[in-house]
Design a protein around this ligand. Structure first.
Ligand code: ADE
Length: 229
Protein backbone atom coordinates (compact mmCIF):
# COMPACT_ATOMS: atom_id res chain seq x y z
CA UNK A 1 0.00 0.00 0.00
CA UNK A 2 1.10 3.55 -0.73
CA UNK A 3 -0.07 6.57 1.24
CA UNK A 4 0.68 10.09 0.02
CA UNK A 5 0.16 12.83 2.55
CA UNK A 6 -0.30 16.36 1.19
CA UNK A 7 0.71 18.97 3.75
CA UNK A 8 2.25 22.41 4.22
CA UNK A 9 4.09 21.06 7.29
CA UNK A 10 5.89 17.84 6.29
CA UNK A 11 8.36 18.31 9.20
CA UNK A 12 5.49 17.73 11.63
CA UNK A 13 4.97 14.23 10.25
CA UNK A 14 8.56 13.07 9.89
CA UNK A 15 8.69 12.09 13.58
CA UNK A 16 5.61 9.84 13.79
CA UNK A 17 6.54 8.00 10.59
CA UNK A 18 10.14 7.29 11.47
CA UNK A 19 9.42 5.16 14.52
CA UNK A 20 7.83 1.96 15.63
CA UNK A 21 5.20 0.14 13.61
CA UNK A 22 5.01 2.63 10.76
CA UNK A 23 8.77 2.50 10.26
CA UNK A 24 8.76 -1.30 10.44
CA UNK A 25 5.99 -1.47 7.83
CA UNK A 26 8.08 0.66 5.48
CA UNK A 27 11.24 -1.36 6.13
CA UNK A 28 9.41 -4.61 5.40
CA UNK A 29 8.16 -3.09 2.13
CA UNK A 30 4.52 -3.42 3.21
CA UNK A 31 3.70 0.29 3.17
CA UNK A 32 5.20 3.35 1.55
CA UNK A 33 4.38 6.67 3.15
CA UNK A 34 5.30 9.80 1.20
CA UNK A 35 5.14 13.36 2.45
CA UNK A 36 4.32 15.89 -0.28
CA UNK A 37 4.89 19.58 0.44
CA UNK A 38 1.98 21.57 -1.04
CA UNK A 39 4.07 24.75 -0.96
CA UNK A 40 6.29 23.31 -3.71
CA UNK A 41 3.27 23.42 -6.02
CA UNK A 42 2.52 27.10 -5.46
CA UNK A 43 2.87 29.17 -8.62
CA UNK A 44 3.65 32.56 -7.11
CA UNK A 45 7.09 33.75 -6.12
CA UNK A 46 6.24 33.86 -2.41
CA UNK A 47 5.12 30.22 -2.51
CA UNK A 48 1.76 31.25 -1.01
CA UNK A 49 -0.70 28.54 -0.17
CA UNK A 50 -3.50 30.60 1.40
CA UNK A 51 -5.53 33.72 0.73
CA UNK A 52 -8.35 35.81 2.21
CA UNK A 53 -11.84 34.34 2.29
CA UNK A 54 -14.29 35.69 -0.30
CA UNK A 55 -17.08 37.47 1.55
CA UNK A 56 -14.74 38.55 4.34
CA UNK A 57 -14.37 37.21 7.86
CA UNK A 58 -11.42 36.17 9.95
CA UNK A 59 -9.05 33.43 8.85
CA UNK A 60 -7.30 32.45 5.67
CA UNK A 61 -8.38 29.75 3.24
CA UNK A 62 -6.04 27.30 1.51
CA UNK A 63 -6.03 28.03 -2.22
CA UNK A 64 -7.11 25.51 -4.82
CA UNK A 65 -4.19 25.90 -7.24
CA UNK A 66 -1.24 24.48 -5.21
CA UNK A 67 -3.32 21.63 -3.77
CA UNK A 68 -4.81 20.61 -7.11
CA UNK A 69 -1.41 20.81 -8.82
CA UNK A 70 -0.01 18.52 -6.14
CA UNK A 71 -2.94 16.08 -6.54
CA UNK A 72 -2.55 16.06 -10.34
CA UNK A 73 1.20 15.57 -10.11
CA UNK A 74 0.61 12.41 -8.06
CA UNK A 75 -2.23 11.22 -10.28
CA UNK A 76 0.05 11.40 -13.31
CA UNK A 77 2.16 8.67 -11.72
CA UNK A 78 -0.48 6.24 -10.45
CA UNK A 79 -4.19 5.97 -9.78
CA UNK A 80 -5.54 6.55 -6.29
CA UNK A 81 -8.43 4.70 -4.67
CA UNK A 82 -9.34 7.59 -2.39
CA UNK A 83 -8.41 11.24 -1.89
CA UNK A 84 -9.16 11.83 1.76
CA UNK A 85 -9.48 15.26 3.37
CA UNK A 86 -8.89 15.48 7.13
CA UNK A 87 -11.50 17.84 8.58
CA UNK A 88 -13.53 18.14 11.80
CA UNK A 89 -16.76 18.02 9.77
CA UNK A 90 -15.86 14.68 8.13
CA UNK A 91 -17.04 11.15 9.01
CA UNK A 92 -15.87 10.20 12.50
CA UNK A 93 -12.98 7.73 12.17
CA UNK A 94 -13.71 4.28 13.57
CA UNK A 95 -12.31 0.76 13.21
CA UNK A 96 -14.69 -0.06 10.36
CA UNK A 97 -13.36 2.85 8.26
CA UNK A 98 -9.74 1.88 9.09
CA UNK A 99 -10.45 -1.74 8.07
CA UNK A 100 -12.02 -0.60 4.78
CA UNK A 101 -9.16 1.73 3.90
CA UNK A 102 -6.52 -0.92 4.74
CA UNK A 103 -7.84 -2.95 1.79
CA UNK A 104 -7.09 -0.17 -0.73
CA UNK A 105 -3.90 0.17 -2.80
CA UNK A 106 -3.04 3.88 -3.06
CA UNK A 107 -4.41 6.63 -0.85
CA UNK A 108 -3.93 10.39 -0.71
CA UNK A 109 -4.54 12.20 2.55
CA UNK A 110 -4.87 15.99 2.40
CA UNK A 111 -4.21 18.04 5.54
CA UNK A 112 -5.98 21.38 5.87
CA UNK A 113 -4.99 24.49 7.83
CA UNK A 114 -6.38 27.91 8.71
CA UNK A 115 -10.11 28.14 7.99
CA UNK A 116 -9.99 25.13 5.67
CA UNK A 117 -9.55 24.55 1.95
CA UNK A 118 -11.36 26.14 -0.97
CA UNK A 119 -14.71 24.32 -1.23
CA UNK A 120 -14.17 23.61 -4.92
CA UNK A 121 -11.41 21.13 -4.07
CA UNK A 122 -13.83 19.26 -1.82
CA UNK A 123 -16.52 19.32 -4.50
CA UNK A 124 -14.36 18.02 -7.36
CA UNK A 125 -11.35 16.10 -6.05
CA UNK A 126 -12.00 14.81 -2.53
CA UNK A 127 -13.61 11.36 -2.37
CA UNK A 128 -13.84 11.03 1.40
CA UNK A 129 -13.72 13.35 4.43
CA UNK A 130 -12.59 12.07 7.81
CA UNK A 131 -12.50 13.57 11.31
CA UNK A 132 -10.58 12.01 14.19
CA UNK A 133 -12.87 13.46 16.86
CA UNK A 134 -15.26 16.22 17.82
CA UNK A 135 -12.63 18.85 18.51
CA UNK A 136 -10.71 21.22 16.28
CA UNK A 137 -6.98 20.72 15.69
CA UNK A 138 -4.78 23.45 14.27
CA UNK A 139 -4.20 21.36 11.16
CA UNK A 140 -4.98 18.00 9.64
CA UNK A 141 -1.45 16.57 10.14
CA UNK A 142 -2.03 14.91 13.51
CA UNK A 143 -5.29 13.49 12.18
CA UNK A 144 -3.45 12.14 9.12
CA UNK A 145 -0.87 10.50 11.42
CA UNK A 146 -3.64 8.86 13.46
CA UNK A 147 -5.45 7.65 10.35
CA UNK A 148 -2.23 6.32 8.77
CA UNK A 149 -1.29 4.43 11.93
CA UNK A 150 -4.78 2.92 12.24
CA UNK A 151 -4.63 1.71 8.61
CA UNK A 152 -1.03 0.53 8.31
CA UNK A 153 -1.02 -1.62 11.45
CA UNK A 154 -3.82 -3.67 9.85
CA UNK A 155 -1.78 -4.65 6.78
CA UNK A 156 -0.89 -8.36 6.85
CA UNK A 157 2.65 -8.85 8.14
CA UNK A 158 2.99 -5.45 9.84
CA UNK A 159 2.30 -6.70 13.34
CA UNK A 160 4.50 -9.51 14.55
CA UNK A 161 1.63 -11.56 15.93
CA UNK A 162 -0.83 -11.63 13.05
CA UNK A 163 -3.75 -12.29 15.33
CA UNK A 164 -3.12 -9.33 17.57
CA UNK A 165 -4.88 -6.79 15.33
CA UNK A 166 -7.92 -9.05 15.36
CA UNK A 167 -8.14 -9.01 19.15
CA UNK A 168 -7.97 -5.20 19.34
CA UNK A 169 -10.67 -3.21 21.00
CA UNK A 170 -13.46 -2.35 18.49
CA UNK A 171 -12.50 -5.06 16.01
CA UNK A 172 -15.74 -6.91 16.86
CA UNK A 173 -17.50 -3.96 18.53
CA UNK A 174 -16.13 -5.08 21.91
CA UNK A 175 -13.45 -3.43 24.03
CA UNK A 176 -10.33 -5.50 24.71
CA UNK A 177 -10.15 -7.52 27.97
CA UNK A 178 -7.65 -6.65 30.75
CA UNK A 179 -4.12 -8.02 30.32
CA UNK A 180 -1.40 -8.92 32.84
CA UNK A 181 2.27 -9.84 32.75
CA UNK A 182 4.83 -10.99 35.36
CA UNK A 183 5.03 -10.98 38.32
CA UNK A 184 1.99 -13.09 39.26
CA UNK A 185 1.71 -11.07 42.46
CA UNK A 186 2.52 -7.36 42.29
CA UNK A 187 2.50 -5.62 45.67
CA UNK A 188 -0.18 -7.91 46.99
CA UNK A 189 -2.28 -7.69 43.80
CA UNK A 190 -2.54 -11.16 42.23
CA UNK A 191 -3.19 -11.96 38.57
CA UNK A 192 -6.65 -13.58 38.09
CA UNK A 193 -6.24 -17.34 38.81
CA UNK A 194 -7.78 -18.41 35.53
CA UNK A 195 -4.90 -16.87 33.52
CA UNK A 196 -2.43 -19.17 35.32
CA UNK A 197 -4.55 -22.29 34.80
CA UNK A 198 -3.21 -23.30 31.38
CA UNK A 199 -6.78 -24.10 30.30
CA UNK A 200 -6.91 -22.07 27.09
CA UNK A 201 -10.54 -22.75 26.27
CA UNK A 202 -11.58 -21.41 29.68
CA UNK A 203 -9.16 -18.49 29.33
CA UNK A 204 -10.72 -17.54 25.97
CA UNK A 205 -14.13 -17.72 27.57
CA UNK A 206 -13.04 -15.55 30.50
CA UNK A 207 -11.51 -12.95 28.18
CA UNK A 208 -14.67 -12.78 26.13
CA UNK A 209 -16.81 -12.30 29.27
CA UNK A 210 -14.43 -9.57 30.47
CA UNK A 211 -14.69 -7.84 27.08
CA UNK A 212 -18.47 -7.92 27.18
CA UNK A 213 -18.54 -6.63 30.78
CA UNK A 214 -16.05 -3.85 30.08
CA UNK A 215 -18.02 -2.81 26.99
CA UNK A 216 -21.29 -2.88 28.94
CA UNK A 217 -19.79 -0.59 31.58
CA UNK A 218 -17.81 1.80 29.43
CA UNK A 219 -19.36 1.81 25.97
CA UNK A 220 -22.89 0.39 26.14
CA UNK A 221 -23.55 2.13 22.79
CA UNK A 222 -21.29 -0.48 21.10
CA UNK A 223 -23.46 -3.33 22.36
CA UNK A 224 -26.63 -1.95 20.84
CA UNK A 225 -27.33 -3.90 17.69
CA UNK A 226 -25.34 -6.91 18.94
CA UNK A 227 -27.15 -10.02 20.07
CA UNK A 228 -27.45 -10.33 23.84
CA UNK A 229 -24.44 -12.27 25.19
N1 ADE B 1 -8.39 19.11 11.27
C1 ADE B 1 -8.76 19.92 12.27
N2 ADE B 1 -9.47 19.28 13.19
C2 ADE B 1 -9.56 17.98 12.78
C3 ADE B 1 -10.17 16.81 13.30
N3 ADE B 1 -10.85 16.82 14.44
N4 ADE B 1 -10.05 15.67 12.59
C4 ADE B 1 -9.38 15.66 11.42
N5 ADE B 1 -8.79 16.72 10.88
C5 ADE B 1 -8.88 17.88 11.55
Amino acid sequence: MRIDILTILPELLEGPFSHSILKRAEQKGLAEIHLNNIREFSLDKHRSVDDYAYGGGAGMVMMAEPIVRCIEHLQEQRTYDEIIYMTPDGDLLNQKIANELSLRGNLMILCGHYKGIDQRIRDRWITREISIGDYVLSGGELGAAVLTDAIVRLLPGVLNDETSALSDSFQDDLLAPPVYTRPADFRGMPVPEILLSGNFARIDDWRHQQSVERTRQRRPDLLRGREKE
